[in-house]
Design a protein around this ligand. Structure first.
Ligand code: HEM
Ligand code: HEM
Length: 126
């Protein structure tokens, strides 16, 4: 694995370690108020970044260009804004709603960019 695929897989592992730590904290403290944060770190973070990593690994024609690098950085920065914003929001800091919203919208934009990269690539390689 190399390039964008490796970057995504590294990001995925970081999400898994952070998200499971939040899960363990919830289980040990019996305080599940961060469930939404944990769920998004695990599925939008660990699982989605892993899918992107394996996609770019299996379809290297999609991984080489500038767009794939933009996809990585937009996903990484917006995803971190989304989950860090959620963490503070769930802790009761409503001022973080704007940050969470910005993260969410940019995360969606990153997914649109992925559609634009991935769909033509799979039809080209089919
Ligand atoms: C160290 C391992 C983990 C621990 C201790 C843990 C703990 C928890 C806890 C305490 C909850 C809240 C349950 C509730 O209040 O109903 C939860 C929910 C959740 N966890 Fe984990 N978790 C772990 C790993 C994972 C993994 C690996 C994933 C996914 C890849 C995951 C995905 C979720 C999701 C999606 C929810 C929300 C479920 C719902 O909407 O009802 N968790 N977890
Ligand atoms: C554009 C970014 C996203 C936004 C704005 C968003 C928003 C939300 C909202 C408002 C909820 C309900 C939370 C609650 O009732 O407390 C939720 C739950 C959930 N979302 Fe997302 N979501 C986003 C992306 C994703 C993605 C990409 C995934 C999976 C790959 C995902 C998986 C889940 C899961 C598993 C739950 C249930 C866990 C829970 O109830 O806390 N979300 N999301």
């Amino acid at each position: 694995m190399q390039g964008v695929a490796r970057n995504f897989f590294t990001l995925a592992i970081i999400y898994a370690l952070c998200g499971m730590a939040v899960g363990l904290y919830m289980a040990i403290s019996h305080d599940h108020s961060q469930m939404t944060t944990h769920a998004h770190i695990m599925v939008a973070g660990w699982l989605m970044s892993s899918v992107f990593a394996f996609f770019y690994h299996l379809v290297p024609a999609a991984a080489g260009g500038m767009l794939a690098r933009v996809h990585f950085w937009l996903t990484a920065v917006s995803g971190i804004l989304l989950v860090v914003g959620l963490f503070f929001l769930m802790a009761g800091n409503t001022a973080m709603e704007a940050v969470t919203a910005l993260g969410s919208i940019c995360f969606y934009a990153a997914m649109l960019l992925f559609a634009f990269i991935a769909i033509p690539a799979i039809y080209r390689t089919a």
